[in-house]
Design a binder for this molecule. Structure first.
Ligand code: AMP
Length: 317
């Protein structure tokens, strides 16, 4: 099943304790598509300026991502500059230059409007809402966001939450959005605002999937029945090179798996968390989206098997 993603296509400059990269291919939609294209046909909508090195997107197109919805307009491309210290779990944003994103109004090509799976990657929530106005009853919609938008576009973001099935956030963003310290409380607060599922990512400490139970258990008012929780660890890599894009790669693996299987059961969404975690682990092995695009189906399958080994144990003596 086809998967539509709308988000940023950026030029990133990143410093990590292991090196730095200047003006490399980045952006939430780019990382998402580089991950999701291993599982499902991906359609990308975004904008770049005339300064964008288009040849650097050729690998994405060659991997089957349909770039017909990527506009190229006069002006400067979106640029993000970030730095990671020894705690690789959170980036310090040094500079965000919206450039052509400041005046961007997403136009979903007619051929993309019926995509059954839609992901609103991290961009201005006003643009995420504009996308929702143009798609015709998708089966499942996911969205992502970040501290920048939680602080500057809170009301619009709450409006987005009313219209999506899934939201992905990291733990700091979940706390900032909900103003709750405890993550279970934060998840419940978010679920109460609309989405059926919330994924809270904790970087090298794994990811939680929280969900509202289905109708059958709604009569049960015990606290456990009000929210279901699944957890997957992060893959214990020996070397993390650049964490940029891990969250988007996670979302791409998650949504890609769901679009490929077209199965919205709880069990399958749990599998999607593991596929997302596997893709996030590939993203951080190199700068930009290089490793993500190069990874093979066998490598993905092997890493998913390793996740299984990592968490399986016998219950009982
Ligand atoms: P992640 O590390 O998965 O959270 O995402 C990193 C990507 O998000 C980078 O490639 C940035 O270009 C992009 N990004 C950073 N800030 C923003 C923003 N305010 N809006 C949209 N995309 C952003």
């Amino acid at each position: 099943m086809t998967l539509l993603v709308v988000g940023s296509v950026a030029l990133d400059s990143v410093q990590t304790p292991f090196g730095s990269a200047e003006h490399v291919v980045g952006g939430s939609a780019t990382f998402f598509a580089s991950s999701a294209c291993h599982f499902a046909p991906v359609q990308l909508v975004g904008v770049v300026g005339r300064d964008y090195p288009m040849q650097k997107l050729e690998a994405l197109a060659a991997s089957g991502v349909d770039l017909a919805g990527l506009e190229r307009v006069a002006g400067e491309s979106f640029r993000w500059r970030g730095r990671y210290g020894h705690d690789l779990n959170s980036a310090e944003t040094l500079e965000t230059r919206l450039g052509v994103f400041a005046d961007f109004r997403p136009k979903i090509p007619a051929a993309f409007r019926h995509a059954p799976y839609v992901f609103l990657a991290n961009i201005d929530p006003q643009l995420q809402l504009a996308v929702l106005d143009q798609v015709s009853s998708p089966r499942f919609v996911g969205c992502d966001t970040m501290n920048f938008w939680i602080a500057s576009r809170r009301n619009e973001l709450l409006d987005v939450l009313r219209h999506v099935d899934l939201v992905t956030l990291n733990d700091g963003e979940a706390r900032q959005l909900s103003e709750q310290v405890n993550l279970v409380h934060a998840a419940r607060w978010i679920l109460d605002r609309g989405p059926r599922y919330v994924v809270i990512k904790k970087g090298e400490h794994g990811a939680f999937l929280f969900s509202r139970p289905d109708r059958a258990s709604e009569g049960n008012s015990s606290p456990d029945a009000r929210v279901r929780i699944f957890f997957a660890p992060a893959y214990p890599l020996e070397q993390v090179f650049d964490p940029t894009g891990a969250g988007d790669a996670f979302a791409g693996g998650f949504m890609g798996h769901v679009a490929r299987t077209d199965d919205l059961s709880d069990q399958n969404l749990r599998r999607a968390v593991v596929v997302g975690s596997a893709m996030g682990s590939f993203a951080v092995e190199a700068f930009s989206n290089e490793r993500l695009l190069a990874v093979t189906a066998d490598e993905i399958a092997a890493r998913i098997r390793e996740f299984y080994e990592l968490v399986t144990f016998e219950n009982g003596r």
